[in-house]
Ligand binder design. Structure first.
Ligand code: HGY
Ligand code: MN
Ligand code: MN
Length: 415
């Protein structure tokens, strides 16, 4: 069997089907957690895992899981996976490529017939993006014991429907969510293949990125409460204009990030005003801040500067604001031994590679401070992602699959 050819064909076949699991609005891929599109993808992934020889099931929080037992019972497990949900109008490769490559690795491990010191568990995680509930990594956090009843009842979508209610719709019993927590001492390692989603590998023409650090991040929703008034008759000094206050913070985010001089980034990707009328001064303005940095202190610096501006401009006119943290994650570091093993495989196959930081968040960051974890990136064409233009090649995905497969094979025969 030509392994690379089979990998490319199987990865292509799976991705071609999975891109149909989307809201059909002709604008990229939208596959939100617990949606019909997610259900269609989950059922398909379960079948693909079964065809690869895994015992597969869909768990109560919507993860799709496939298990290949070790030679001996009660052995530790190597885990591998990524997410199968997407952003709104995203691409065909973010997350899901890591899932189909993981299935491919499991298929090859099974076919190899080699000794299996460890079991192998493949996971297609649900709700990594945080599109509906704001936080993200629901599926991986549930497996690492970071999700409880308060979490699933307090986080709601834009219609006020909680994760708990969505789990019931999914056919689960949310009272049992804490049962998903894994015994992480039993997890030997966690691998994730993912598209880079940025311009580095595409620019340097390297085929593989081996991640050594995933940046820290802060995600929050800010709500500015002002006062609705007539846009024409209200003098400027009498206004409590919620949009004007919000925009004075939003417009400074780029400066805050550049001032850190270490690759920090800050984004406002969502803004909603009330009553959202041309001739009414806004009574309320909601906006998100997504602040990231390889240095945790920089995240705190940027947050502090934003809060100072919000304090100043609301105090000045007698308005108010609320700061609701949705996700706070410190930077995490990958396991150097696994990084070195993957580098050896790249050198063996003469793949051009580099160690690099991930500016994107991933399920791997949820495991990294508890389990030996590593990520492998493939190039993103023109560095584009979270948009329909997202593209990575099947050939690069097959190379990433190959080096992870060979690394896991080495681990499977560890003494
Ligand atoms: O936002 C991120 O970095 C990831 O794509 N969820
Ligand atoms: Mn992703
Ligand atoms: Mn993403």
């Amino acid at each position: 069997m030509d392994m690379m050819l089979k990998a490319k064909e199987d990865i292509k076949r799976r991705l071609e089907y999975l891109k149909t699991c989307t809201i059909a609005n002709g604008k990229g891929v939208t596959r939100l957690p617990f949606s019909e599109e997610a259900r269609k993808a989950a059922e398909y992934l379960k079948k693909e895992m079964e065809q690869a020889g895994l015992e597969a099931y869909i768990d109560m929080v919507g993860n799709v899981r496939g298990f290949l037992p070790a030679d001996e019972p009660d052995s530790q497990v190597i885990m591998m996976g990524s997410h199968y949900d997407t952003v709104k109008e995203g691409g065909e490769y973010d997350g899901i490529t890591g899932v189909v490559c993981a299935i491919q690795v499991a298929d090859f491990v099974k076919r190899s017939g080699k000794k299996r010191k460890y079991a192998l568990e493949i996971v297609a995680f649900n709700d990594e993006e945080g599109m509906m509930f704001g936080s993200g990594c629901l599926g991986s956090k549930a497996l690492t014991g970071q999700v409880d009843q308060n979490y699933i009842t307090s986080l709601t979508d834009e219609n006020g429907i909680s994760i708990r209610e969505w789990m019931i719709k999914w056919g689960s019993d949310p009272d049992k969510i804490e049962e998903l927590k894994l015994n992480l001492e039993n997890v030997r390692a966690f691998f994730e293949i993912h598209i880079e989603q940025g311009p580095v590998l595409d620019t340097t023409k390297q085929e593989i990125g081996i991640v050594n650090c995933i940046v820290g991040l802060l995600r929050c929703m800010v709500t500015v409460e002002g006062r609705a008034d007539h846009a024409g008759t209200t003098p400027m000094h009498m206004r409590k204009d919620a949009i004007e206050i919000a925009s004075k913070t939003i417009s400074k985010l780029d400066e805050f990030a550049l001032e850190e001089q270490n690759g920090s980034v800050a984004t406002c990707g969502f803004i909603r005003a009330y009553p959202n009328a041309m001739n009414v001064i806004a009574s309320k303005c909601e906006f998100t801040m997504d602040i990231r940095s390889p240095k945790d202190i920089s995240i705190e610096n940027m947050k502090e500067k934003a809060v100072d501006l919000l304090e100043y401009h609301t105090d000045k006119v007698g308005a108010s604001y609320k700061f609701d943290t949705k996700l706070r994650q410190k930077p995490v570091y990958m396991n150097q031994r696994l990084i070195d093993m993957l580098k050896e495989k790249c050198e063996k196959h003469q793949y051009q590679y580099r160690e690099m930081t991930s500016g994107a968040a991933h399920d791997a960051m949820v495991f990294a401070d508890k389990v030996d974890t590593v990520m492998v990136f493939v190039p993103s064409k023109d560095g584009r992602s979270h948009c329909p233009q997202e593209y990575s090649s099947y050939a690069d995905l097959a190379k990433a699959t190959q080096i992870v497969f060979e690394t896991i094979c080495d681990m499977m025969s560890e003494e």
